[in-house]
Ligand binder design. Structure first.
Ligand SMILES: *[C@@H]1O[C@H](CO)[C@@H](O)[C@H](O)[C@H]1NC(C)=O
Ligand SMILES: *[C@@H]1O[C@H](CO)[C@@H](O)[C@H](O)[C@H]1NC(C)=O
Ligand SMILES: *[C@@H]1O[C@H](CO)[C@@H](O)[C@H](O)[C@H]1NC(C)=O
Ligand SMILES: *[C@@H]1O[C@H](CO)[C@@H](O)[C@H](O)[C@H]1NC(C)=O
Length: 312
């Protein structure tokens, strides 16, 4: 079960890489950090400031919230847009003050975070933390943060109970390193997380035919009505999935062959070495025979029984 999940994550990582967007998701993070920080002009601690984005990103929303890290840990933030941050959230490395940057990627979600085979039921939200010591800094790297006691929760608006296919809806978490994890939905429109990244709710749109070991997969066709794309686009989507899936399978096969060969090779070497050691290990006493030295056994371990001993 766990292995199957890993395999799916592995496949998805391969699927997620190509994107039609001009910027990579990480470059977008960096750009949005800049736009969010621009909203912080002599900011008050604990107040949410909405930022503006450039016209080529119309629809994307950003916000910034500056906090003392001690206050974040002890009090949390009961409401930050769609997020609820409980007590016990700690950043790594430690900074005195930090800025929590909020993203709502709206209609840009699937452009920056393409997830073939799934439809987004909600826009992608992001929650990233930065050091607040220089509010005019650009190109900052994110702080790692973890919810140690309770999970951070987020309530997506616009996900209706009983929405087509929403019974098979899943929470999806995109980590900053590009990995994708799925989790179950808490009460229709709520997801939880323990770390930074981007989040949404998705539903399977088409049957990922070549994906092995997913058990049922039967009801994936049922949500067909929610797929907006026409037949042609559907075929292209299938192609997009089949390609990397087959590629992935081949790659996996090659990798396992390689590992097997390496294993065999090491084993053979080990046995050879063991043989050498065993040969060298028994130090036989030497004796001089003429001009050469020859090993000699002092005593025999099993005394030979002579047949004729029994002969009277
Ligand atoms: C964002 O744009 C609005 C409208 O143009 C403006 O009133 C507001 O001050 C801007 N905010 C920032 C942080 O630049
Ligand atoms: C939008 O334009 C700004 C400059 O105005 C540029 O820095 C940024 O990379 C552009 N964003 C995208 C997504 O193309
Ligand atoms: C998102 O919607 C805005 C208008 O609200 C539009 O200008 C923009 O091009 C759209 N983005 C995408 C990726 O379609
Ligand atoms: C803050 O960052 C900006 C842009 O990177 C830089 O020019 C400035 O010197 C920095 N200020 C401090 C106090 O480090």
């Amino acid at each position: 079960m766990h292995l199957a999940n890993l395999y799916i994550i592995f496949l998805l990582q391969m699927l997620v890489v190509p994107s039609a967007a001009e910027l990579s998701a990480r470059e977008l993070d960096s750009l949005l950090q800049d736009y969010a920080f621009r909203a912080l002009v002599r900011p008050r601690t604990g107040i949410v400031y909405d930022g503006n984005v450039s016209s080529n990103l119309t629809g994307v929303r950003v916000a910034a919230l500056r906090l003392r890290s001690g206050s974040l840990r002890r009090k949390g933030v009961s409401r930050y847009k769609e997020f609820h941050i409980p007590i016990g959230v700690v950043e790594q490395p430690y900074v005195q003050r930090l800025v929590l940057v909020y993203h709502n990627l709206a209609n840009w979600s699937s452009l920056y975070y393409p997830l073939p085979g799934y439809n987004f039921l909600a826009p992608i939200l992001g929650l990233l933390a930065y050091d607040a010591s220089n509010l005019s800094a650009t190109g900052l790297t994110e702080l790692d943060f973890r919810a140690a006691e309770e999970s951070i929760t987020m309530e997506f608006s616009g996900v209706q109970p009983g929405q087509e296919g929403s019974s098979s809806a899943k929470c999806v978490h995109f980590d900053l390193d590009g990995s994708v994890e799925f989790d179950r939905v808490i009460s229709t429109n709520t997801c939880s997380t323990t770390k930074q990244g981007h989040y949404s709710i998705v539903v399977e749109s088409i049957s990922p035919a070549p994906a092995p070991a997913t058990g049922g997969g039967g009801n994936s066709e049922a949500g067909g009505g929610s797929t907006v794309s026409g037949g042609g686009k559907g075929h292209r989507k299938v192609g997009i999935i089949v390609g990397p899936a087959v590629g992935g399978a081949i790659l996996l096969a090659c990798l396992s062959m390689l590992f097997y060969c390496a294993y065999r090779c090491r084993r053979r070497k080990k046995i050879q070495k063991m043989e050498e050691i065993s040969e060298m290990g028994v130090a036989l006493p030497m004796t001089r025979v003429g001009y050469t030295k020859a090993p000699v056994a002092l005593e025999t371990r099993t005394r030979p029984l002579l047949e004729n001993e029994f002969v009277p």
